[in-house]
Design a protein around this ligand. Structure first.
Ligand SMILES: [Fe+2]
Ligand SMILES: [Fe+2]
Length: 390
């Protein structure tokens, strides 16, 4: 056997071994992705992990995944090794590339960016020190594009068929993850919409309280934001606001709408609504914590509230938030026995009872929120839920 044949055989064996190693690595990354998808990791968690793994597996210098909303506009970006200015440029300037990749449903590969290229997005990429760029569309179920995957290299770079196949396999998984995230968002919206409809129907029984629960939900959400609640806790406090008086469904309309003074017995029935609200929520597994917040929304800072007469920090923080918003909403709404207080009168009254009936810290936050109606508008999560308390 000649030396050349031996060397060639060695090269072939080396290549086969290296391909096998690469295949194994690729199978591992796909398996890891499947595992994190199945484990219920949030789409953000999966995206960040994918971006990191793509970089090490394909030996590129930076990677990003851009996701789109249903109007094909920019939604989120997950990236590794890209400067914040460059990330901003991707959002603003990448549209030409973005749309062409989406429209053609095919990868766009620029294996070597020429030195004199300094215009548009390609110029931005080059100025960032990258010499090669590739982007490929992420397609969800039903062929709907949901994002773009982008890879950047500091040296000229091409992609082998095997690498492109791997990227395609990863993309189909990313599509699945984005599909799931979209579904979860919709379910969440449907939940809010259903709860709003339900609460609206209940409030119709007492014309004086129409819109009250939505207002309490909105204001509680704003205070939750000020306290930097997590997204999950913001959702929960919003649910708590919507549901806090749902127990009034068991209070007879004759009592709810009574014009004259309520008897002791009638007050007793009305006060039961906090317990009933909690009982109604109890079977909903996702709202376990909300049940407690709702139960104590009529407790007072000085211990004079109901149902248990809890004091100060014995009352859950979220119940204290609900109490402030509930008081404000009740004061500024008409009642059969009195007219609505003005914004100023309500603020004065809330200030007066801070430290007695209401948590003084929450009152401070509330008053700082309501100094300008525009602040509240700006912070409001959904346009239709805007509460203008000017
Ligand atoms: Fe209540
Ligand atoms: Fe209420």
């Amino acid at each position: 056997m000649s030396i050349t044949v031996v060397l060639l055989s060695a090269a072939v064996i080396f290549k086969l071994a290296s391909d096998a190693r690469q295949n194994k690595q690729q199978l591992i990354i796909l398996h890891d992705m499947d595992r994190s998808i199945l484990s219920g990791l949030s789409h953000r968690g999966v995206m960040n992990a994918v971006v990191d793994k793509l970089m090490s597996l394909l030996k590129v210098d930076a990677a990003a995944i851009l996701t789109m909303n249903k109007y094909y506009g920019f939604k989120e970006i997950f990236s590794n090794n890209l400067g914040s200015n460059f990330r901003k440029n991707i959002k603003l300037e990448d549209n030409g590339f973005f749309t062409s990749v989406i429209a053609n449903r095919k990868p766009l590969i620029i294996s070597k960016i020429s030195k004199d290229e300094d215009e548009g997005f390609i110029g931005t990429i080059r100025n960032e020190g990258f010499m090669a760029y590739m982007s490929t569309p992420i397609i969800a179920k039903g062929g709907i594009p949901t994002g773009v995957l982008m890879l950047y290299s500091r040296k000229p770079r091409n992609y082998t068929k095997q690498e492109l196949n791997l990227i395609e396999a990863i993309n189909s998984r990313i599509g699945m993850v984005l599909d799931r995230a979209w579904l979860i968002e919709r379910i969440q919206e449907i939940n809010f919409e259903s709860v709003r409809a339900l609460v609206g129907a209940i409030e119709l029984r007492d014309p004086y309280t129409i819109g009250h629960s939505i207002q309490v939900a909105d204001l509680s959400l704003l205070i939750g934001r000020e306290l930097e609640f997590s997204e999950r806790n913001l959702n929960l406090i919003e649910f708590a606001g919507l549901l806090h008086d749902i127990g009034k469904i068991v209070v007879p309309e004759a009592i709810l709408q009574k014009n004259g003074k309520l008897t002791k017995e009638e007050w007793k029935i009305i006060k039961m609504h906090a317990i009933h609200s909690a009982k109604i929520i109890e079977p909903v597994a996702n709202l376990k914590t909300v049940r407690t917040w709702v139960l104590y929304h009529h407790e007072k800072w000085d211990g004079s509230g109901y149902p248990e007469g809890r004091k100060a920090e014995q009352i859950p923080l979220q119940s204290r938030i609900l109490a402030v918003c509930d008081a404000y909403s009740a004061m500024t709404g008409n009642r059969p026995y009195r007219n609505a207080l003005s914004e100023e009168e309500a603020r004065d009254e809330i200030t007066r009872v801070a430290g007695k009936q209401l948590d003084p810290n929450i009152v401070d936050i509330f008053l700082s929120l309501s100094t300008t109606g525009s602040r509240i508008k700006k912070n409001s999560r959904r346009d239709k839920k805007i509460v203008d308390i000017n």
